[in-house]
Design a protein around this ligand. Structure first.
Ligand code: GLA
Length: 391
């Protein structure tokens, strides 16, 4: 039934008008929502930009500074949307972010209202896209939110035509995708519709650089793992210019312990997910820094091969996640879902590691030596051992 819609939005949209791919690797940066939510101010965004530089996050690859919802004020009689009093001068804010060698991100909705009840872009798509380009925006998160009301109205009016609301949603995302493209500015286009209706299928065709594959994350091990498990089978849809987005990182927000955050970071890297930090960058512990800025984990995420990863084995509460890397290497996350620490003998042949391969333990920063094809390592509760396997 959906084939004709998909044909309409065939794989064409990942390249901007200038011919540049906006997201050849999973985008990396920071977003205001997970920590500041609706309280975010211009000063918070500036200090996040400062902190990205001073903490070394920028050098590690985190370059997007993304304002999430609640920056919007009112539209004037010309339909121009003005920021609210917490954002006195958006162009100046964009300039400030750029002056640090960083990129500037913003947020809107295809609906009349955002999820926070602020003004969305419905009926003003071209106008808003042009304004973003004038402000120097490099990244737009476009969040379905109240567009669901329009979809529900349509469903009620035409119960006989279940495709209509799906087409309405795709049309709305494509409208902004086209408007962004028409600006000629490479802008990462981040679709957010919570993984409903398989956005990995229509995302590239509407110009999406990435698409949320899930409802919102929160700062708990359970929610983070539920999301990770929900990604099964999606690895094949990730690739240069178009990425699955299992939502932003919670690392450093305090709701998980260090082992759990290492699991979170490892799984996002193995899935090739965008790494968008969501913590208060001005107050990062050394442990948080060591997790967010582990160069080898980031290199797995940003690997040049650009393939997605997936869960490949589940044995009780032990699971294995794999991602092929450039140079015939393989990233493997061995995950202990149990709350207790335990010794798990891992049979390497069973997880596809060839005999004689080199096995590097990323978090432990050491080489591992199997005994008769078996790794005997201690796993912390809710912990991970992340490996890079090479010839
Ligand atoms: C939705 C999105 C979140 C965040 C909020 C803002 O819930 O999924 O990531 O952007 O809206 O209102």
């Amino acid at each position: 039934m959906r084939v004709h819609v998909l044909t309409l939005v065939a794989l064409a949209g990942c390249i901007s008008a200038g011919g540049q791919m906006a997201a050849p690797r999973p985008p990396m940066g920071w977003n205001s929502w997970n920590h500041f939510a609706e309280h975010v101010t211009d000063a918070d965004v500036r200090s996040a930009a400062d902190a990205l530089v001073s903490t070394g996050m920028k050098d590690a690859g985190y370059i997007y500074v993304n304002m999430d919802d609640t920056w919007q004020g009112k539209r004037d009689s010309q339909g121009v949307l003005h920021p609210n009093e917490r954002f006195p001068d958006m162009k100046a804010l964009g300039d400030y972010v750029h002056s640090k060698g960083l990129k500037f991100g913003i947020y809107s909705s295809p609906g009349a209202k955002t999820c926070g009840g602020y003004a969305g872009s419905l009926g003003h798509e071209e106008q808003d896209a042009k304004m973003y380009a004038e402000w120097g925006v490099d990244y737009l998160k476009y969040d379905l939110c109240s567009m669901q009301d329009q979809m529900a109205d349509l469903r009620e009016a035409h119960p006989e035509s279940p495709m209509a609301e799906y087409e309405m949603m795709i049309g709305a995302f494509k409208k902004m995708g086209d408007a962004l493209k028409a600006t000629g500015r490479p802008i990462v286009y981040s679709l957010c519709q919570y993984g409903m209706d398989e956005p990995w299928r229509f995302g590239p065709g509407v110009g999406g650089s990435m698409w949320r594959t899930t409802d919102d994350i929160n700062d708990t091990y359970q929610r983070m793992m539920t999301i990770a498990y929900g990604q099964a089978g999606l690895g094949k849809y990730a690739g240069p210019g178009h990425w699955n987005d299992p939502d932003m990182l919670e690392v450093g927000n305090g709701g998980m312990n260090a082992d759990e955050y290492r699991t979170h970071m490892s799984l996002w890297a193995v899935m090739g997910a965008p790494l968008i930090a969501g913590n208060d960058l001005s107050k990062m512990s050394d442990v948080t820094k060591s997790i967010l800025m582990n160069r080898e984990v980031i290199a797995i995420d940003q690997d040049a091969l650009g393939k997605g990863g997936d869960r490949t084995l589940q044995l009780g509460d032990f699971s294995v996640w794999e991602r092929p890397l450039s140079g015939k290497r393989l990233a493997i996350a061995l995950v202990n879902v149990s709350v207790s620490g335990r010794d798990i003998p891992v049979n390497l042949a069973q997880i596809g590691v060839p005999k004689g391969a080199k096995i590097h333990d990323v978090w432990g920063n050491k080489e591992l030596r199997p005994v008769q094809g078996v790794l005997n390592e201690r796993f912390p509760g809710h912990g991970v051992i992340l490996l890079i396997v090479s010839e």
